[in-house]
Design a protein around this ligand. Structure first.
Ligand code: GLU
Length: 376
């Protein structure tokens, strides 16, 4: 069948493809270690599971408000100064929130500035909205403010900021984000803030959200997720915080797309918000310990910038490439010879690197690094 030109220009998710690939290898009996897909291996918290089961027992299995459960939106709104439930829209993960944002703000020919390396779905989602991604390289994983300013044209609609960053783990400081905000105000741009990893910031740093800058709030669309913090990746619950008119437009699209997010999963999310932060604090400390362990191992093999947040390392493996090899070939060689799955840097717009997820059990991390060392 002849497919639409639109879908022909879009590639499947480079991270999600590892899920069936690794399942198939495991079924073949291969001793695979996945450091590819970005998801915590911890259990989903008991209160979340229990609340979800109770919702099922109560038959909370019907259609619901397409913007999301009021209880969930009210609880989320309470976490953002000056925010009301009508500023919150619940989505099937922040991935769908981001897709919807581009659909709602972009016209064909618009440009969206994206610092690279960047998460695999941004560019494809922008293209699906008929717009063009404009990539601006980072410098040592931090934003190149002059480069961002130079990339603005009359067609620029938005600038996308992802901090803590996937795939680099970079966390952008307040002063940098203030300058991004100023750039957006000066050029009348929308700012999209993907904050899927907001709580996972390490050492003595703290996460600074663009939402804290009032000057930009009316042009800001922020997305967050339950997936990473509460190990709820399969629940598919994320959300956007947006000016009310944008939120209403996103709900209009949602009403033709999926309708509401799974009702009982949203009850699980309400329970997650009701938990005190003790679990998250513990998980953050554990991830920082894993970051240290993984960074020590990886930086002994490759040049690597120490990540400050999220749960990825993005080492420069160019010194280990065979002649003519890309980082995709390198990742394929490592998977073939060691059974360790990592994601090629070119999938994030930067060749010569790979992404390694360190949110894995310690023994698997150590085993994986030992196997890679042996091959090198
Ligand atoms: N965001 C995670 C990752 O980068 C999950 C997979 C996906 O949705 O891309 O691996």
């Amino acid at each position: 069948m002849k497919l639409s030109k639109r879908i022909q220009t879009v590639e499947g998710s480079k991270t999600a493809r590892f899920i069936p690939l690794l399942d198939a290898l495991k079924r073949q009996g291969r001793p695979v270690i996945s450091l590819a897909i970005g998801e915590p291996t911890d259990d989903t918290p008991v209160p979340v599971v229990e609340a979800t089961k109770r919702a099922l027992d109560r038959q909370e299995t019907r259609y619901g408000d397409m913007a999301g459960l009021m209880a969930l939106r009210a609880a989320l709104a309470g976490r953002f100064e000056g925010c009301e439930p009508e500023n919150i829209v619940v989505f099937n993960g922040s991935k769908q929130a981001l897709y919807t944002i581009f659909q709602c703000i972009c016209d064909p020919g618009d440009q969206v500035i994206i610092p690279v390396p960047c998460w695999v779905s941004f560019a494809e989602q922008v293209k699906l909205a008929g717009a063009d991604p404009v990539f601006v390289p980072t410098i040592d994983h931090q934003l190149d403010l002059a480069g961002l300013a130079a990339a603005v044209t009359a067609k620029t609609k938005a600038i996308l900021i992802n901090s803590p960053n996937n795939p680099t783990g970079a966390v952008y400081p307040r002063e940098t984000l203030e300058r991004v905000a100023r750039l957006a105000v000066d050029h009348d741009l929308v700012v999209i803030a993907d904050e899927a990893y907001d709580f996972f910031v390490y050492d003595d740093l703290s996460h600074f959200s663009l939402y804290q800058l009032e000057a930009v709030r009316q042009r800001l669309i922020l997305t967050r997720s339950f997936s990473k913090h509460y190990a709820m990746t399969g629940f598919r619950v994320g959300y956007a915080v947006a000016p009310a008119d944008v939120a209403a437009a996103m709900v209009r699209l949602q009403s033709h797309l999926t309708g509401n997010v799974c009702t009982f999963a949203q009850h699980g999310a309400v329970a997650a918000l009701a938990m005190d932060d003790e679990l998250l604090v513990r998980r953050r400390a554990d991830l920082q310990r894993k970051r240290d362990l993984a960074f020590e191992q990886v930086s002994a093999m490759f040049p690597c910038i120490r990540p400050q947040g999220a749960f990825y390392l993005f080492p420069d493996i160019s010194g280990q490439l065979h002649r003519g090899e890309t980082s995709g070939d390198f990742a394929a060689r490592i998977l073939e010879k060691t059974g360790v799955a990592i994601v090629p840097g070119e999938d994030f717009g930067t060749n010569g690197h790979v992404r390694i997820c360190f949110a894995a059990p310690d023994d698997q991390l150590m085993d994986a690094f030992k196997r890679i060392r042996e091959v090198l």
